[in-house]
Structures are given as C-alpha cells and as structure tokens.
Design a protein around this ligand. Structure first.
Ligand code: ADP
Ligand code: ZN
Ligand code: ZN
Length: 728
C-alpha cells in the first residue's frame, strides 16, 4: 500500500492521508477525487510516501486519479507553500482556491471545454425523416442549429432523454465535438503587427537596463510619471521575452484595465496567443485559458491578482503594473499581496520582475532606496507636458453644490473649446447622507454602525456595507423636522448640479452604480474615448491607468477628508490618487489643467502634489514612518474577529492579546479595538494589531500564536489573520 497526502479545500491546516495501489511519487501535483466525510472531494496530491498520521485501517482509498491531466508544476506548488506559511492560511485552501473553478469540482475538466455542434451531414440531411417519437433528438438538433456549438452539459439539460439523444446523434455522425477556441484568438493571428513608436531616451535606457537582466532574477522598480510610456517599456521587454521563447506574466490591479492592455498586446504581437484571466471571464473559458498558459501555448498572460498562481512553464518575465494599487492585495480568505508573491515567484524562477508606477508604494520605494530593488525612471511625459496643478481655496467662497467658481469657469472654457473635463470625487470614507440640521440626526443602517448613503436617482437610502435599503424619509424620525437636507457631494448630486449649469453638455457619471457590470464600464469608456462626452463625473474607478486622449481638465472635489484620517497610509493613498487622476489630464497636444478644491491649500501634501515630485514626497513620508515606527520600518499583522455579540469579540481578542504577550517574542501586541465600522450586517467586528521590527520574528510569533487562537470561544467567533494589512 502506498500513501499520498492530499490538499483539500477544507479550513484545517493539514493535508489528508489516502492510500493508493501504485506509488504516489509520480502523482505529486496531480488532481484526485477522494472520499471525505459523507461525500467526495477533489484535491491535489502534494506528498507521497512517509508515515500515516492516522491508524492504517482508517485510511481510505483515492477514488479517482485524473491521470492524463498535467500535474501542477513544482514552482507553483512552492509558491503556494510559501503563501500558506507566510499568510498562515491552510495549504489546502490556498491550493484549491488558486485553481480555476472547473478544476475544483469532482468532474473531469475536459468536457467543460468541449463544444458539440452539427456536422455537415446533419445540415444536409432531411430532418423530417426522423421518427416522430424522436422528440429529444429533434430538440437537440434544433437547439444546435439555432445556437451553434454548445457545451454538452447545456445540451443534455434540454430534455430528460437528451443525454441518450446526444449519444445516438454522435454515433450517427450528425453531431461532432470540437475543442472550443476563444473568439479573439483567431483574429489576432490574422491582422498585421502594429509597429511600436521610437523610444524616448528614458524608455530606451530602461529597456536596455532591464533587458540586460532577462536571464536572472532582478526586481526592478520602474518609476515613471503618468503618460511617460511605461506600458511601451513593458511591450519592448515582452517582445524580447517572446523572441527568446519565454512567457510573460502581466499583473494589473483591476479588471477594467485589461481590455486596453489586451488590445495593445494583440496589436503588437499578432500570432502570439494572449490569455487574460480575471473574474469577468466565464468559468469554462477561464479553464481553457489557464490550460493555454500551463501548456506553454500562451505567450502572454494578463491577469488580476489570482493570475500570479498560474502555471507558466517558460515564464521569463513578470510585470506588475500600478504596483502601488491596493487592489493587488486580496481582502478576504487568503489575504495575499499579488505584488509580493510576484517578486517571490520571479526569484524562485530566476526571472526579472518589473514593478511599475508613477507613485510606487512606500514599501517598494524604500526597497529601491536601500538597493534591494533596482530603480529606473521615466521622468517626463512622452508627447506632452505634465498638467499644471492648482489648489482652489474653498474657505473664501460659497460653493455652488460643491463646485467653486474657478472650477465652473474652467468647465465653461472646456466646453467652449470642445475639450473633455473630469470632475473627480474622492469618496474614500465619504458619501452623501441625509441629515437633519435641526437635531443632527442622520439616517443610520439598522444592521451596521454606518450611515446610509443617499441615492438621489432611486430616491433610496442604501447601506454600502450590508446592502440594506429603505425609502427616503419625509420627516426626521427623531424631531419631526420636515426639512431634511442632502449632505455631502455624491456623484449623483454633482451630476444633477452640472446638468443644470450646463444643459447642453453631454454628461456621463461613472461610479459603482452605473458601472456595476464590466460591459457597461467598457461601453462608457468607449464613449469617452470617442468624444461623445463633454463632462465626466467619476470616483476612484477612473483614477487608474486610463488613457482618454481628449481630456484636458480635471477638477477634484472633496480631497480633504483623507487629511483627517487615522489611517497612517492616508497621505500616501491621497498623494497617489491625486497624482493618478491628475495624470489623466492633457495626455496629448492640449495642455492639461488640474484644480483641487481644498480648505487647506498650503498643506504640504498638496504642495508636493502640485510640484509632481514623487521622490520628495516619498522621502518626507518615509522619514515620518521611520520616526513613528510604521511600515515599511515595521511589520504588521492584524487579527480580525467578528461575532454576533460584542462581548464575544472582546473576550476573544482580549485572550488572544494576553496569550500573545505571554509568548515572549520581540513583538508589540496592541490592545484590541473595534473596527472602524464596528458592526456590519448585525455582526460585531474588532481587531488586534501586532507589530515587530523584524519580519522573521513576527513570523515565528505567528507560528506559535496561531494554533492557540482556535480555542474554546473561537467557535462563535470568526477570525482571520491579515499579514501586511493595507487597511484596518
Ligand atoms: P504610462 O503607462 O506611463 O501612463 P503609456 O505607456 O500609456 O504611459 O503611454 C502614454 C501614451 O504615449 C500612449 O498613448 C502611448 O502609445 C504613447 N507613447 C508611449 N511611448 C511613446 C513613444 N516613445 N513615442 C510616442 N508615443 C509614445
Ligand atoms: Zn448595513
Ligand atoms: Zn431631527
């Protein structure tokens, strides 16, 4: 009898023993189905041989081995092992969570990719010759004639006897099976390559420097102002990588950024199979693309954070675009940083990794200053000047629905000269509410410790934490005042105000409400690009990476709220956000102009933004972090807990703090506190911060501490660890 140890999607920090007739050594990385509890589960074999952890007679047999599927590659398994250890998350959940959904299920995967379709024989045949009782067969044929190639599972669901009909039709040669080929792939093989522009001196230098490290591990920080042509640098490096037969992995923070990049890649590299992996790709298609990467057929893989775990046998270059972006960190389950794992993977595979940004995270910049990352800069824009940035002092005037006279004047000028404008609303920790000025009441969520957000169009109040919704009250429930006032400047209120000010302007609002679906966002982006829009109103979503050629004016509303934040990263985030959003302005011939409305025009942060001097800002901010003992000069872990009762959370965190302090490591264990939004959907939330100057000491502490957390009271409390947290 041979033993294998299998990773399963179970919240336990262990692998599971099973037995097998053959030796399991060749099965490491293989997908298997095993009995578990009363049912069956799919897992991955991670170890073979060794001693069983449970009595022999209790070890069950592996039910099925997917023998002809490729094994999960050793380097990917190694990356997963690291992630499991470092983020203190069960290995089984790391492994299974990183696989496409189709591979987590206990069915064969091949079928998910196949399509059945009518053969020429079926199309030529006279269907009326079918016996009249062949109802299912007829239905299958009609369906395929109407819909074209379809997944067998769909066809089988057409009738109770459709499975048999499908089998019969296959046997008769009326139906064939094809491997599904994604649309886009064939097209990109046919058209002609778009030639890249001649590089600027900065770009050429960066490409040469990074290109000289294509054979080894090197972590590069590409610090390039907005519009400096970072993407062009990536493209040249990808070109070299492909020419040497390598694969490139490109990570982007946001699914909305992939279409632009995909289009540029497809134009530049016809004949190269591109695969994009993100949450918007349907499951069967995702598996197909994952396999294309795994088999080495895909030359370039573009994806959001989960793509970092994709097997790439010829991996030769990793790019992380907008490396500062918080979306690269997963905020639930395995709370990993895709950027940090990308650097680790590059090291394991001995390939270069390029982290690109106009406003790098202070963590990365500090590493570059310390010589651990190599730094290369693109200091000017390619084809235009950086925009001019000015603060508008809002203390001196009465705003008109949140808009200053300077901003209104600038918008008027923009309309007159047929340029596009963007009114940007910083909504971090800020949203429009319904207020009673008589008694101070503001509509609360009944299930959360949060205010409800006013949605003007729907005339509803909504909770952005739990989704609770109610009608707008006519009178204050607390004092009866009939004059409730909308407070704060939501996108909808600004839209309303702008529509009244500029009745002839074509105005488009892009926020989480209007761009909920990816398609909707893509369509809106296209309309902006095609200059069907004069004034764009938007939130965070728009600050990132987009290239709108006609956009010259950016007005920023509501930036100040970040200045009073208790989050020590607030300044860094605000600087990045303002720089990014300013970077949307004037990317072509026309000069860009940025107006920031603020009550603190002399604040050092706004001064730094105006000078567009990232290095100066970063050095100052790093000095403050060093003095305060914050990251990157310290390493943090957050223990988060939630339960229906606040006492349960407090008791759990209190004991955790005590047991942590008793362990005697060189770490600081802070007092438990309620989370900034302390109650969500009726559950109380709190956290406990642990910090250490030494990353390895903190890791040793976690190794000792984590097993103690699953004690008696843990049953009622849901808890999780967030290593290197970005948000409280
Ligand atoms: P970034 O990613 O740094 O914001 P992009 O790579 O998107 O900048 O480049 C901004 C614009 O400049 C794009 O439209 C791009 O096609 C163009 N561009 C980039 N490099 C060059 C170059 N060397 N010559 C001319 N145009 C360029
Ligand atoms: Zn709520
Ligand atoms: Zn009131």
């Amino acid at each position: 009898m041979h033993l294998v140890r299998v990773a399963l999607d179970v919240p336990l920090p262990t692998l599971f023993d099973y037995r097998l007739e053959q030796s399991g050594r060749e099965l490491i990385g293989a997908r298997v189905v095993v009995p578990f509890g009363r049912g069956q589960r799919t897992g991955i074999v991670l170890e073979a041989g060794g001693e069983a952890q449970v009595p022999r007679h209790r070890i069950k047999r592996v039910a099925h081995v997917f023998a002809d599927e490729p094994r999960l590659a050793p380097d990917v398994l190694q990356l997963m092992r690291f992630a499991s250890r470092y983020y203190h998350y069960p290995m089984g959940q790391v492994v299974m969570g990183a696989l496409p959904q189709a591979l987590r299920r206990a069915h064969a995967s091949r079928e998910a990719m196949a399509r059945v379709m009518l053969t020429p024989a079926a199309l030529a045949a006279d269907w009326s010759s079918l016996p009249s009782r062949a109802v299912a067969r007829r239905r299958v044929l009609e369906y395929l004639r109407a819909r074209g190639p379809s997944p067998p599972a769909v066809v089988r669901s057409l009738a109770s006897t459709a499975s048999r009909a499908l089998r019969d039709l296959l046997a008769e040669g009326w139906i064939g099976v094809e491997e599904h080929v994604a649309p886009g792939f064939d097209e990109c093989l046919t058209h002609e390559a778009v030639r890249g522009p001649a590089l600027t001196a900065d770009q050429a230098e960066a490409v040469e420097a990074i290109g000289a490290t294509l054979d080894c591990f090197a972590a590069w920080l590409l610090l390039g102002v907005t519009g400096s042509g970072k993407t062009e640098v990536y493209l040249r490096l990808i070109e070299r990588t492909l020419a040497r037969g390598g694969q490139a992995l490109i990570l982007v923070p946001e699914i909305n950024l992939t279409p632009q990049l995909e289009a540029r890649l497809a134009g530049r590299f016809p004949g190269v199979l591109l695969a994009a992996l993100h949450s918007g790709v349907p499951e069967a298609e995702r598996l197909r693309r994952w396999r294309a990467a795994e088999s080495g057929r895909a030359g370039v893989l573009v994806g959001t954070r989960l793509a970092v775990f994709t097997p790439l046998p010829r991996l030769a270059l990793i790019v992380v675009d907008e490396e500062h972006d918080a979306s690269l960190k997963q905020q639930e389950g395995l709370r990993y940083s895709a950027r940090d794992l990308a650097v680790l993977r590059a090291k394991q595979c001995q390939v270069p990794v390029v982290l690109g940004s106009a406003t790098p995270s202070l963590e990365s910049y500090a590493k570059a200053l310390a010589g651990r990352y190599r730094l290369t800069r693109l200091s000017g824009r390619v084809s235009s000047q950086l925009p001019s940035i000015r603060c508008v002092d809002t203390r001196a005037q009465r705003l008109r629905d949140g808009l200053s006279s300077e901003l209104i004047a600038a918008l008027t000028r923009g309309l007159a000269s047929a340029e596009q404008s963007l009114v940007f609303i910083n909504r971090r920790g800020f949203a429009p509410a319904l207020l009673c000025f008589a008694c101070g009441w503001s509509a609360p969520c009944p299930r959360c410790s949060a205010r409800l957000v006013l949605h003007l169009h729907a005339a509803r109040l909504r909770c952005h934490y739990c989704g609770h919704e109610e009608a707008v009250s006519q009178a204050c429930p607390s004092c009866g005042n009939l004059d409730l006032t909308p407070a704060g400047h939501g996108t909808q209120r600004i839209e309303h105000a702008l529509a009244q000010l500029f009745p002839a302007a074509r105005i488009l609002r892009i926020d989480r409400d209007t761009a909920r679906r990816r398609k909707a966002f893509e369509q809106m982006r296209q309309r902006v690009q095609d200059h069907q829009i004069d004034i764009l109103i938007g939130t965070q979503m728009l600050a990132k990476g987009h290239d709108f050629p006609r956009l010259t004016l950016v007005g920023v509303i509501n930036a100040d709220s970040a200045l009073y934040s208790t989050d020590f990263r607030a300044a860094e985030k605000l600087f990045a956000q303002l720089t990014q959003v300013a970077g949307r302005a004037g990317r072509r011939e026309a000069a860009g102009e940025v107006l920031i409305q603020t009550q603190f025009p002399d604040h050092p942060l706004y001064r730094a933004v105006q000078r567009q001097d990232y290095a100066a800002f970063a050095e100052l901010a790093l000095q403050e972090r060093r003095e305060a003992g914050f990251p990157p000069y310290a390493h943090q872990v957050l223990l988060r807990a939630e339960a229906p009762q606040r006492e349960a959370v407090e008791r759990f965190l209190g004991r955790a703090a005590q047991s942590g302090a008793r362990l005697g490591f060189r770490v600081e264990v802070y007092d438990p506190v309620p989370s900034p939004v302390a109650r969500v959907a009726g559950r109380e939330r709190g956290h406990l911060l642990v910090q250490s100057a030494s990353r390895s000491e903190l890791q040793r502490f976690l190794d000792a501490w984590t097993p103690q957390l699953s004690g008696r009271e843990a049953g009622r409390v849901r808890w999780s660890l967030d290593v290197d947290p970005l948000e409280l």
